[in-house]
Write a protein that binds this ligand. Sequence first.
Ligand SMILES: Nc1ncnc2c1ncn2[C@@H]1O[C@H](COP(=O)(O)OP(=O)(O)O)[C@@H](O)[C@H]1O
Ligand SMILES: Cc1ncc(C[n+]2csc(CCOP(=O)(O)OP(=O)(O)O)c2C)c(N)n1
Ligand SMILES: [Mg+2]
Ligand SMILES: [Mg+2]
Ligand SMILES: [Mg+2]
Length: 324
Amino acid sequence: MDEFSFIKSIKPRFYHHSSVQKGIGDDAAVFRPPSGMDMVTATDTMVEHVHFRLTTMEPYHLGYRVLAANLSDLAAMGSIPVFYLVSIVVPESWKDKQLRSVYNGMKEIADQYHMDLLGGDTVSGDRFVISVTVIGFVERDKSRYRRHARDGDVVFVTGTLGDSAFGLHLLTERSFSVEAQDHFINRHRMPTPRVWFSRKLKQLDRVCLNDISDGISSEANEIAEASGVDLHIDYSQLPMHPQLKKLSETNQKKFVLAGGEDFELIGTISEHNWSVVEEAARQTNTIVKKIGFVRRKVAAEGQVFLYENGKKQVLKKQGYIHLR
Ligand SMILES: Nc1ncnc2c1ncn2[C@@H]1O[C@H](COP(=O)(O)OP(=O)(O)O)[C@@H](O)[C@H]1O
Ligand SMILES: Cc1ncc(C[n+]2csc(CCOP(=O)(O)OP(=O)(O)O)c2C)c(N)n1
Ligand SMILES: [Mg+2]
Ligand SMILES: [Mg+2]
Ligand SMILES: [Mg+2]
């Protein structure tokens, strides 16, 4: 199938959002943003051999996951997902069926949020790359910035940490005898962006949120830097699957602190508003756990301190870093 018939085949038959004036099929897409809302946009790319291998992911998972990663950024801003655009680089060896599966994976998660595919770009190249851009809306001035942490806040995190990286480890090491292995593999291939949880916080004036793509050590530091505060985190409070508790200390820390790709949220909020977080978690079936608190910074830059067995140490950014 050539580029043009492929584009025809993925063109949506209808749009969920009547604000779409022009979707796929012109030089660009056009939509009318609702009044009283701010527009939020993010983009994330997945590259073969960097973010996935076809030995550990089906094309369907690839599509699901790249959109989930983008939705996670919209969740971290407190926004409602609305539109997405997709650019692909496709090697000649790829079959039509594989490409279609990628789009089916994206559609699976897009439909959960009534998102419309508005456009993209198709080119051939020597390895598979997929880049997704998402567009969302958020009530004016209610975006959840990394700079919103304040002295006295509690620090919380959703879900459990390290599951995705442990899932990838099981897939690449082919060590398939671990209890609950399907849980870990599924968390790696089809992560859940915490969109509904973050939307339930919309009544609050201030919430600081960041999504965990690189590992909590990295994202906690991003909050500390952006807010100019210190985050104090208790290692024993970090939520983890019982299976991860059985690992050696070094391995456990590698997955939990620096594993990344969990697409959970780390946030801070005033102690006074904690009950709203608990209620949001209950209503959306999300696990949420307090893991520490925010204090005024003690050095020129905000830092993260990790407490473990009575010892306090600086927690540096460790997650996944490109262009090293
Ligand atoms: N190549 C780039 N050109 C322009 N902006 C970029 C580029 N890469 C990242 N950014 C911007 O830098 C910020 C941090 O990006 P990133 O660390 O990828 O965030 P996230 O982990 O949430 O995806 C974002 O505002 C993102 O849009
Ligand atoms: C084959 C393979 N190797 C390694 C990883 C692990 N990995 C790749 S990129 C990454 C970090 C997240 O990706 P990035 O592009 O930094 O996302 P962003 O922070 O922009 O959301 C991790 C943990 C993987 N998923 N697959
Ligand atoms: Mg990014
Ligand atoms: Mg992010
Ligand atoms: Mg990253």
